[in-house]
Design a protein around this ligand. Structure first.
Ligand SMILES: Cc1cc2nc3c(=O)[nH]c(=O)nc-3n(C[C@H](O)[C@H](O)[C@H](O)COP(=O)(O)OP(=O)(O)OC[C@H]3O[C@@H](n4cnc5c(N)ncnc54)[C@H](O)[C@@H]3O)c2cc1C
Length: 221
């Protein structure tokens, strides 16, 4: 939260929302991945950043792309004899955001959560959705739509405000990527709706940061 917030802003923001200071001082990213709960807060941020999990056993080590790590409800791709040795996350090359809906501001499991990372270097965007499907998932159709819309509109270069219709379509596609259930924390319909709202908001926040950073760079040049 403190030392890596410039390099890994999405994960730092997600960490802010985990439980309480006491739990945060003990809990780690490895344990969040080991649990592989669909509601774990690290997952949307790691999916959006494109992390890799390094697993190690007496047989050696291997890197598992985060997209392949979550295999079912609280299940992951680790073999029985493997431990997580490290989590590799590239330094952010653009703005990242994390948003979580809960019944209060602290000590709360996500009703649903959303992570977004803009990758201006590759002119792509990546998403992560938590607690709205059996596993943490990416909204791939939404990512492809937004990447294409940003490219076609020249947005990466002109830094214009994203049109509301683009933001709405992105939000709808993110909501469509959910496969939620009704449970005590929320209904499936509410989760889908909330993911759409978070997708639109995080897009606005990250895009404003991107535009601001461009403005500063241009001002300095
Ligand atoms: C009161 C409370 C509130 C909580 N609130 C939240 C919350 O808001 N958001 C959230 O995401 N989580 C929450 N949690 C869950 C938990 O704190 C987090 O998932 C935390 O990240 C777990 O990390 P840990 O290091 O404590 O893991 P542990 O509890 O030590 O381990 C969790 C699991 O992962 C396995 N594991 C741990 N390390 C490794 C490793 N290196 N390789 C392979 N497997 C490993 C363990 O065997 C175990 O099965 C909460 C827990 C409590 C008790």
């Amino acid at each position: 939260m403190e030392h890596l917030r410039a390099e890994l802003p999405g994960l730092a923001l997600a960490s802010h929302t985990v439980a309480s200071p006491q739990i945060r001082n003990r809990g780690g990213v490895g344990g969040n991945l080991g649990t592989a709960s669909p509601a774990g807060d690290a997952h949307p941020a790691l999916l959006a950043a494109g992390a890799e999990v390094e697993a190690e056993s007496v047989r050696g080590s291997r890197r598992i792309p985060i997209d392949a790590f979550y295999t079912g409800v609280k299940r992951n791709a680790l073999a029985p004899d493997e431990l997580i040795r490290a989590v590799h996350v590239k330094k952010a090359d653009g703005p990242q955001q994390y948003s979580k809906v809960g019944t209060r501001n602290a000590m709360v499991i996500a009703v649903c959560a959303f992570g977004l990372a803009l990758h201006p270097g590759t002119r792509t965007v990546r998403t992560g959705i938590g607690s709205a499907a059996p596993t943490p998932v990416r909204a791939r159709a939404a990512e492809e739509f937004l990447s294409a819309a940003l490219e076609e509109g020249g947005f990466w270069d002109n830094g214009k405000i994203i049109t509301p219709s683009v933001a709405k379509r992105f939000a709808d596609l993110c909501a469509g990527a959910c496969n939620p259930i009704d449970d005590v924390r929320g209904t499936a319909g509410y989760r889908r709706h909330a993911v759409g709202v978070m997708a639109r908001r995080t897009l606005t926040w990250t895009w404003e940061s991107y535009r601001g950073a461009r403005h500063l760079t241009e001002g300095a040049a």
